[in-house]
Write a protein that binds this ligand. Structure first.
Ligand code: SAM
Length: 245
C-alpha cells in the first residue's frame, strides 16, 4: 500500500513516520509513503500556489492548476484513491480507514490558507475527508492521522494477528480496560478476575466492561449495531447496575 501526500510543507513530515508501528511498516516494506512539494508543480518563477479569492474576502485560496498537475503526476494506474483533507469532508472513522486500506494507493491533498479552489473537489478527487469538527490550519496533521489509522489495517503492519479487530470501534464498541504490573498501585487494585485463569470468565468480564465504557462514553455507537442481540444479557445487567447507583 502506498500513500502520496501533496503539501506545501513537506518538512512537516520529517520524522513523524519514522518511529513506532508506521516506522516498522516502512522498514518492512508493508507501506510506502512519498511526500510531494506542491510548489514543484507550479510553472511561475515565484512558485505560487495560492491567490486571492474571487468575490472578495480576506485571505488566500489554493490555486487548482498545481494541485491537478501534482495529482496527475503521482496517481498510479489501477487501484488508487485521491482525497482532499477538508473540514467539510465526510468524517474519517475506523470503517473509512479499513476501506482505504483495501486500495493500493491513497493520494492525500493537504489544504492551507482559506482552503482549496472548489474545482479540485468537483473534478479531481474521489472524496473529501475530515478528521473532526474543528478547523486545523492545514491538512498536514490530518494526513498524519489518516496514514497512521489506515496503515493499521494493512496486512502485516500490526504485529499480533487480529489485534486490530479488538481495538476500539471494532464491532462498534470501545476497547475493554487494560491493566499491567504492578497488581496494586497507590491503593488501586487490578480487578481480581484477571488473575483467575478462567478464560471464559475473563472474556465475559472484558465484554461487559467494553459495553459499560461504550454505554457511558459513546452510546451513539450502540445504535443499530449488527450483533446487538448477543450482548442483550450483559446490557440488561449494566442497565440494572446503573439504576442502583
Ligand atoms: N475555510 C475553510 C473552511 O472553513 O472550511 C478552512 C480552511 S483550513 C484553515 C485550511 C486547510 O486545513 C483545509 O483546506 C484542510 O486541508 C485542512 N483542514 C482543516 N481542518 C480540517 C479537518 N477537520 N480535517 C481535515 N483537514 C482539515
Amino acid at each position: 500500500m502506498r500513500f502520496d501526500i501533496i503539501t506545501i510543507f513537506p518538512e512537516m513530515f520529517a520524522g513523524v513516520f519514522s518511529a513506532g508501528i508506521v516506522g516498522k511498516a516502512l522498514d518492512k516494506g508493508r507501506v510506502e509513503i512519498a511526500v510531494h512539494d506542491l510548489r514543484d508543480y507550479t510553472r511561475d518563477k515565484h512558485r505560487q500556489v495560492d491567490d486571492r479569492p474571487f468575490g472578495g474576502q480576506e485571505g488566500m485560496v489554493m490555486k487548482p492548476e498545481p494541485i491537478f498537475r501534482a495529482v496527475e503526476a503521482v496517481r498510479r494506474d489501477g487501484d488508487s484513491r485521491v482525497y482532499l483533507l477538508s473540514p467539510q469532508g465526510s468524517r474519517f472513522d475506523s470503517a473509512a480507514a479499513e476501506e482505504m486500506a483495501s486500495h493500493r494507493q491513497v493520494v492525500l491533498i493537504c489544504g492551507r490558507y482559506e482552503g482549496v479552489d472548489e474545482r479540485v473537489s468537483e473534478r479531481l478527487v474521489d472524496g473529501e475527508i475530515s478528521i473532526g469538527d474543528y478547523v486545523l490550519s492545514g491538512g498536514e496533521p490530518a494526513a498524519v492521522v489518516v496514514v497512521d489509522a489506515v496503515s493499521r489495517f494493512v496486512p502485516g503492519v500490526v504485529g499480533k494477528a487480529g489485534s486490530v479487530r479488538n481495538d476500539s470501534f471494532a464491532d462498534s464498541l470501545l476497547d475493554f480496560p487494560q491493566y499491567t504490573r504492578p497488581r496494586e498501585f497507590r491503593g488501586l487494585k487490578v480487578p481480581q478476575v484477571l488473575f483467575s485463569g478462567d478464560h471464559r470468565k475473563i472474556a465475559r468480564w472484558r465484554r461487559k466492561k467494553a459495553l459499560e465504557k461504550t454505554v457511558r462514553a459513546r452510546p451513539d455507537l450502540l445504535e443499530g449495531r449488527a450483533n446487538a442481540s448477543e450482548d442483550e444479557d450483559l446490557l440488561e445487567e449494566i442497565r440494572n447496575e446503573r439504576k442502583d447507583q
